[in-house]
Ligand binder design. Structure first.
Ligand SMILES: C[S@@+](CC[C@H](N)C(=O)[O-])C[C@H]1O[C@@H](n2cnc3c(N)ncnc32)[C@H](O)[C@@H]1O
Length: 246
């Protein structure tokens, strides 16, 4: 078991980024998902969105993957015994290490990617996933966006690790650059953010007593992130986009 401060905080959390069941239901409707759809949960983390994906497509064949083995183990344990679900280690975009990417695992009717496309870049992920889609297939992905042209210094600082973060128009440009068209977009709700920060704040409170300096620093940093969201939620959000090849 990995015992880094990051996984001490994150292990067994219900989800690793903002999201809620209604987002999945909405995206499934926008994509016209069939009950027996082939679905990829790309960078699934602990697999928070898998139950909602299965609710939308009850006879689905679903493959979830993540790069990090502790998340793979969490998700695999959660869905052990469900013949519709396979969880494995994989990558958003293939490298020479041989781990499969969506193109190697597909074809899919829907690739669902919550809060992770930014890791390789929206344009690069979408471009790489053309060959992972079945004819008529869709991708639904969420990405952090600025909601104002003049975000405060605190917000810019909060997102310093994502220098390419843009706004809704910028996402549209990236979608077009990757040869897709937007079917629909919507911003994630406050409830979706609370679904991420609520459990993590409770975990932080429980870990503070006895935390060493390294863990305390991760707890402080994550708590500060949640505070920034509560104080500045009008300045940034997550845009959920449903797209299909142009
Ligand atoms: C912000 S979390 C989102 C997880 C999940 N989709 C959710 O909403 O709970 C990003 C996830 O991407 C995974 N990840 C990071 N780099 C990756 C890569 N190159 N390929 C696949 N997964 C990756 C991380 O392990 C993490 O689970």
């Amino acid at each position: 078991m990995i015992r880094s401060p990051f996984f001490t905080l994150h292990r067994d959390l219900p989800r690793e980024g903002p999201g809620e069941r209604g987002d999945v239901a909405w995206a499934a409707e926008m994509a016209g998902l069939a009950p027996d759809a082939r679905i990829c949960e790309a960078a699934c983390g602990p697999g928070a969105d898998i139950p909602a994906l299965l609710f939308a497509a009850p006879e689905a064949n679903l493959i979830g993957f993540d790069l990090h083995q502790p998340f793979v183990e969490d998700a695999a344990a959660r869905f052990a015994g469900d013949p519709r679900v396979t969880i494995r280690q994989g990558r958003l975009i293939a490298t020479e290490d041989g781990l499969p990417d969506p193109a190697a695992l597909g074809p899919f009717d829907l690739i669902w990617c919550a809060g992770a496309a930014y890791i390789e870049g929206v344009t690069d992920c979408l471009t790489a996933w053309h060959t992972a889609l079945a004819p008529g297939g869709h991708i639904a992905f969420s990405d952090a966006v600025y909601l104002t042209g003049s975000p405060s210094a605190a917000v810019r600082d909060n997102w310093a690790d994502y220098p390419d973060m843009t706004d809704a128009d910028g996402i549209a440009e990236r979608v077009t650059a990757a040869a897709y068209r937007i079917v629909a977009t919507r911003l994630l709700s406050d409830a979706a953010w609370e679904g991420y920060y609520g459990p993590i704040e409770r975990r932080i409170a429980s870990l503070r007593p006895g935390a060493d300096a390294a863990l305390m620093s991760v707890l402080d940093e994550t708590e500060a992130e949640a505070r920034i969201w509560r104080a500045h939620r009008g300045e940034f959000g997550y845009l959920l986009s449903v797209v299909t090849p142009a």
